[in-house]
Design a protein around this ligand. Structure first.
Ligand SMILES: NC(=O)C1=CN([C@@H]2O[C@H](COP(=O)(O)OP(=O)(O)OC[C@H]3O[C@@H](n4cnc5c(N)ncnc54)[C@H](OP(=O)(O)O)[C@@H]3O)[C@@H](O)[C@H]2O)C=CC1
Ligand SMILES: N[C@@H](CC=O)C(=O)O
Length: 435
């Protein structure tokens, strides 16, 4: 057995406390797998004096001086979250020779290239399996296993909190606010749950996935983002009537020009209806799933718990063992380099499909007028269903599902429908995927 490796833990909240417990409880097994003991030399937190009965370590290990702690570690685990001080601490750690394991998707999606460059410069590892989809191994498969293939599409449910909320709204009819509170209590939500429900967290993960999948650089602010706060009970009902469910999807697509050369990427996060027959529709609770379509491999699906302390600690510990093994072998893992610089296309240019539900007058000519709004915007209709409402007022519900068209044309169609004399109301509209 080699000399112990010094491990510094930054953060001891939902994820950090699970990691600390695993380092203590599984110390012998981890030592056997690494070939050296992982010695926890300190835990940096905001409030070092706070009692933490669920973390069975010497209370003297807690400190508020993270900057000093990272300078003497071999491996630094960053589970504080947010941009600063996490970024400075990671950079300081690498400068002093430590390899870093982080779950911080917000930071990686905002400033990943700075961190990757620092890891390369200092010859250390930067591993981040826990940053995307909790316990699911997806970063390593994308970074290593699929690096010899051509990935052209990634479609994922990558936020546990929003999946939990949408699932409960669909299956129990529970309200939005109460399910968000449950997700927070279960440790799924970010410190500020706005990051989850407004889609920022999923957008960060989409940026990381698109960068890995297409060997390019995508930052979180380049990802089109819509959260679930606008998803109404009417949307969930409309989906159910279509034998579909509403999910918050992260969609990453590689675009090619006529010659087949990659010409750009589309990266977006928004709610969408997917048919119940699609595998992503059966992803329940805080589970995540990522569909990958690659030229040679075909379709792959990665599925598992997407949030929570213990599931996330599994991914963190896997990375810790990997980087620890590299240190003992005197090397490091794959370095992020040689990137294309593909443009990220705007949402308006992304090819999507819409489900639109309209309240209309039930009289001759309505369908022609509605169809005209689609035709005027170059949008082709796939199906139309009309149901006369039994309110004695000659009203009807018209449900239209379109073929794929540029999102801008679809939005313009919704605007045009809103202004039609025969349309009382655009009751709901939502994008459709997976069909
Ligand atoms: N929760 C989850 O399911 C998942 C989370 N992640 C990511 O893991 C990271 C941590 O998340 P989570 O554990 O939920 O977050 P928590 O809010 O539960 O924990 C944050 C921890 O960081 C400490 N901390 C905060 N600010 C500082 C600071 N300035 N200096 C030192 N310590 C600080 C806090 O200290 P104190 O305890 O004193 O308040 C706390 O221990 C985030 O990047 C998150 O996105 C990734 C996958 C899943
Ligand atoms: N808040 C996140 C935690 C995991 O990344 C989520 O809900 O998925």
């Amino acid at each position: 057995m080699s000399a112990p490796l010094k491990v510094a833990l930054l953060g001891c909240g939902v994820v950090g406390s699970s990691v600390a417990r695993a380092l203590v409880d599984n110390g012998d097994d981890l030592a056997a797998r690494v070939g050296a003991r992982l010695e926890l030399i300190g835990i940096a937190v905001r409030r070092p004096d706070r009692p933490r009965p669920d973390v069975p370590v010497d209370p003297g290990l807690f400190t508020s001086d993270a900057d000093t702690l990272v300078r003497s570690a071999d491996v630094v685990i960053e589970v504080i979250g947010g941009i600063d001080p996490a970024r400075e601490l990671i950079l300081t750690a690498m400068k002093h020779g430590a390899s870093v394991v982080t779950a911080n998707k917000a930071l990686l999606a905002e400033d990943g290239p700075t961190l990757y460059a620092a890891a390369a410069e200092h010859g250390v590892d930067l591993y981040y399996e826990a940053a995307v989809a909790g316990a699911i191994p997806i970063v390593r498969p994308m970074r290593e296993s699929l690096v010899g293939d051509d990935v052209h599409r990634v479609l994922g449910i990558v936020n546990g909190t929003t999946n939990f909320v949408l699932d409960k709204m669909d299956t129990t009819g529970a309200g939005f606010a109460e399910t968000v509170e449950q997700a927070q209590a279960l440790g799924y939500a970010e410190a500020d749950p706005t990051a989850d429900v407004e889609g920022f967290d999923a957008a960060a993960k989409a940026a990381i996935l698109a960068s890995l999948a297409f060997h390019t650089r995508v930052a979180s602010d380049q990802v089109h983002r819509e959260g679930i706060t606008e998803v109404s009970a009417a949307d969930v009902r409309a989906a159910r009537e279509m034998d579909s469910v509403v999910k918050l999807l992260a969609i990453c697509e590689l675009l090619r020009d006529e010659s087949g050369t990659p010409s750009g990427v589309s990266v977006r996060v928004h709610p969408a209806m997917i048919p119940r027959s699609h595998p992503l529709a059966s992803v329940r609770d805080a589970y995540n799933a990522v569909f990958v379509e690659a030229a040679a491999a075909g379709e792959l699906m990665f599925y598992g718990p997407g949030a929570g302390g213990d599931p996330t600690s599994s991914a963190v510990l896997g990375d810790v063992v990997a980087v620890a093994r590299h240190r003992l072998a005197g090397g490091h893992g794959p370095v992020e380099s040689a990137y294309a610089d593909l443009p990220v296309v705007s949402m308006g240019d992304a090819a999507t499909r819409y489900h639109i539900s309209l309240a209309v007058a039930d009289r001759p000519g309505v369908l022609a007028q509605v169809a005209g709004a689609f035709a005027d915007n170059g949008v082709s209709i796939e199906t139309v269903r009309q149901r006369v409402l039994e309110d004695g007022a000659s009203r009807a519900e018209l449900v239209v599902v379109t073929h794929r068209a540029p999102d801008a044309a679809l939005r313009a169609t919704v605007d045009a429908l809103t202004g039609l004399e025969t349309v009382d109301e655009v009751v709901s509209w939502m994008r459709v995927e997976g069909a």
